[in-house]
Design a protein around this ligand. Structure first.
Ligand code: SAM
Ligand code: SF4
Ligand code: SF4
Length: 340
């Protein structure tokens, strides 16, 4: 089958290449910028199991998406490793024609027990989130008092299983962990770990986002450069979200993700599938399209493909580009729910 035939373009000429799949809305951490504990507390109603797409439904949708251009899949959440035997999903996705790359974003807590099975099932890449190397700061940020050693262990396990280079996500919040930018870079310089510094984003409606809390990519870069001269590296592929920088002394590279101060909507080839099977054509879309209803309603693959193609063709999203002009942002879905 010619995978490119009929690959749809959206209204801004963008292909659909990457699919981020949220496999659960639950998490074992409560990072304040994502699922603040006072809102996602004991009384919070997460999705019941019957609402979640099962692995066969996810795989079927992935096959349809691959047929219209998707080449990369990222499993995320919530915390994806809370979903039982996630390796089984990876194994199924591995068998889908057209999907070249399967990645996972995780907080790492459950990785040591699962890294081997995931690798064997065909997982290509792992990104682990770690916001600080200081136990007090990290414990406060993750809302559960989890220590840094737990994540360092996950990183070691991933490396031992051959997930290299490994990416590490650090969300930078002014006054909370921005003093950790240089120590984080220093710790991982000269290793196969690529730290990606991420601007604190205004995802969802509950994380108390304020522009003053954002440390801009420009500031992050100049602080790093003051210590270690850097040079720009070409993107790995068009539309890569992180700007890449290499230490001039050969000690590896870092990434900086400027989703707030310097947007990349023009190259955005990403779609998101929420835990209950809605398609979001933008991280900031105010609503999704219910693909689960179509899947469970008995549509065949060709009809599903036509539906998704039509949704993509109609896509006009460029939230980050427009954000600058807005005073009151519209309600948005929570990131844990639709997948970061
Ligand atoms: N639980 C997994 C984890 O933390 O890696 C996967 C899901 S999490 C939503 C995916 C990524 O989104 C994490 O690296 C997290 O730090 C990032 N993230 C969450 N909320 C964010 C925000 N408000 N601004 C920037 N990045 C955010
Ligand atoms: Fe959980 Fe990841 Fe959100 Fe933190 S960023 S609360 S680990 S989903
Ligand atoms: Fe893509 Fe929407 Fe983010 Fe722009 S704001 S880069 S369109 S997900």
């Amino acid at each position: 089958m010619d995978m490119e035939a009929g690959a749809p373009l959206d209204t801004r000429g963008r292909h659909l290449r990457d699919l981020r799949i949220s496999v659960t809305d639950r998490c074992n951490l409560r990072c304040g910028y994502c699922m603040p504990a006072d809102i996602f507390g004991p009384g919070y109603r997460f999705l019941p199991r019957s609402e979640l797409l099962n692995y066969d439904e996810i795989t079927r949708l992935a096959r349809v998406f691959a047929g219209i251009g998707v080449r990369k899949v990222r499993l995320t959440g919530g915390e994806p490793l809370l979903r039982r035997d996630l390796w089984r999903l990876v194994e199924k996705l591995r068998a889908v024609p057209g999907i070249e790359d399967i990645a996972l974003t995780t907080n790492g807590l459950l990785l040591p027990d699962q890294a081997r099975a995931l690798k064997r099932a065909g997982l290509n890449r792992v990104t682990i989130s770690l916001d600080s190397l200081d136990d007090v700061v990290f414990g406060r940020m993750n809302g559960q008092g989890v220590g840094v050693a737990t994540v360092l262990k996950a990183i070691r396990c991933a490396q031992e299983e051959g997930f290299s280079p490994l990416k590490l996500n650090m969300v930078v919040q002014r006054g909370i962990n921005d003093h950790e930018i240089e120590p984080m870079a220093e710790h991982w310089r000269g290793t196969d770990v690529i730290v990606r510094f991420i601007e604190f984003m205004d995802v969802g409606n509950t994380n108390g986002w304020r522009m003053e809390s954002v440390v801009s990519a420009r500031e992050i870069l100049s602080r790093l450069e003051a210590r270690w001269p850097l040079e720009s590296v070409e993107p790995n592929y068009p539309g890569e979200v992180a700007r890449r920088w290499r230490y001039r002394d050969g000690k590896g590279e870092v990434g900086i993700i400027s989703s707030v101060t310097n947007t990349f909507c023009g190259d955005c080839t990403r779609a998101r599938l929420s835990a209950k099977g809605e398609l979001y054509t933008c991280l900031f879309a105010s609503r999704g399209h219910d693909l689960r209803a179509l899947v469970r309603g008995g549509l065949d693959d060709a009809a599903l493909s036509r539906e998704i193609t039509a949704l993509w063709r109609a896509r006009d999203d460029r939230y980050s580009e427009l954000r600058a002009g807005q005073t009151t942002p519209p309600p948005k879905p929570e990131m844990s729910y639709l997948g970061g």
